[in-house]
Design a binder for this molecule. Structure first.
Ligand code: SF4
Length: 404
């Protein structure tokens, strides 16, 4: 347990992030912790690099909405001060605190205070003698050995309330190290690609590493290490877990088509404005923005609410049923209004507000577009071919391979 959050075993995968404020700035740090918690962080880490930071932690911990981990690098005394401050977990970098007596002193205190420790091995700050031993390279074996060494010190003082991370900025190396850890030990694993950098490349690297391992059943808690506002880290972590079905969706899921030559509207603009308008909607609904009415409503029929563009109008649909047709300039406003209606009253109630003529109006637009631009899906041909194969009425027309 990290405070009230279970980590490991059957517990849900948790999301972590780290504050970027000076920990001595109690109000500023708390404001960021609240923002991170609101964005999906279950646990937040704060640096404890000086005595003023430890003093700040003593005030932050009782007022924080989520458990706090103190990040300790070079000074073991800061670990002891953070324990005194009441933090719910420590993160120790074994590459930076190397004296056995210091490591054991911290582990003893954690044992006595029931505080877990994350052994946070980092490829970039590997213990120099391990680096030399492994051929002057950062290898998965060297990172795993670093964690094992730290564990051995902990075992000497009877402490085993441990999580482990073996992060590297190289995604392939990080994946290899975590797989090796999972094969050799049974401790909960904290996943991350360290120094992933700014989005979008940082997001891609972190997702490649974390998602690969989670899909293999490896990992218990995650952190995106982005060069960005940490709120983006928390959001990304939460969204990844929701996308993988590892956490229940608790907020908006905006899906949008990638747009193509058939688009009847600037999909990027509509989707961006809809996302901005609905961002604070903390209700698990799926909203779709589709560029054309020919394919859009069908492809997004599972969405709770969506809009598709056609002939300078927007077709609003709820669970695939057209409920309203609005002029193009009202598309975003109508989508937001109906999304809020679905969020507050539910799908069935929203369907009762459908305009009587909406479906017929929508069909008119769709038919006119098909007439003007052709049916890329060759719907007529497909139906006739199905009829032919099932011996039902209809002329026998062969489909050209690949066209459908
Ligand atoms: Fe193209 Fe329409 Fe599909 Fe969007 S929904 S990608 S505009 S065919």
């Amino acid at each position: 347990m990290v405070g009230t959050v279970a980590v490991g075993g059957d517990a849900p995968i948790s999301v972590q992030s780290m504050t970027t404020t000076k920990t001595a700035d109690v109000e500023g740090t708390l404001a960021q912790i609240y923002a991170l918690a609101g964005a999906g962080a279950d646990i937040v880490r704060c640096t404890c690099n000086e005595i003023e930071a430890a003093e700040g932690l003593a005030q932050i911990v009782p007022r924080s909405p989520v458990p706090i981990i103190a990040d300790i690098h070079h000074q073991y005394r800061m670990a002891l001060a953070a324990i005194e401050a009441g933090v719910q977990c420590l993160r120790l970098n074994p590459g930076n605190i190397r004296k056995p007596e210091h490591i054991k002193a911290v582990a003893q205190e954690c044992r006595d205070h029931n505080i877990p420790i994350r052994i946070g091995v980092n490829g970039g700050s590997l213990d120099p003698d391990l680096y030399t031993k492994h051929g002057g390279k950062i290898t998965a074996e060297a990172m795993v050995e670093s964690a094992q060494r730290e564990l051995a010190f902990f075992e000497e003082v009877g402490f085993d309330d441990v999580k482990i991370s073996v992060k590297a900025s190289n995604v392939a190396l990080m994946i290899e190290a975590y797989r090796m850890m999972a094969d050799t030990m049974d401790y909960p694993l904290h996943l991350g690609v360290t120094e992933a950098g700014p989005p979008p490349a940082g997001l891609i690297k972190a997702t490649a590493g974390i998602a690969t391992l989670l899909a293999e059943g490896i990992g218990d808690t995650i952190r995106y290490s982005l060069t960005a506002d940490p709120v983006e880290e928390a959001k990304a972590g939460r969204q990844l877990l929701e996308a993988l079905g590892l956490r229940e969706r608790k907020g908006l899921d905006l899906i949008a088509c990638p747009s193509c030559g058939r688009a009847e509207v600037d999909v990027i603009d509509v989707a961006t404005r809809a996302q901005a308008a609905l961002d604070g909607l903390n209700v698990p609904i799926q909203v779709a923005v589709m560029g054309c009415v020919v394919n859009g409503p069908g492809e997004a029929r599972e969405a709770d609410i969506g809009i598709a563009a056609g002939r300078r109008r927007g077709h609003l649909f709820v669970k695939g049923k057209v409920v309203k047709v609005v002029p193009e300039h009202q598309m975003v406003g109508a989508l937001v209004e109906w999304a809020k209606l679905v969020a507050s009253d539910g799908v069935e109630a929203a369907l009762e507000f459908a305009d009587d003529d909406a479906a017929a109006e929508a069909e008119k637009d769709r038919a006119a577009l098909l007439d003007a631009k052709g049916d890329v899906n060759h719907t007529e041909q497909i139906i006739e071919e199905i009829h032919r194969k099932t011996d039902r009425p209809g002329p026998a027309i062969s489909l050209v391979d690949g066209e459908a």
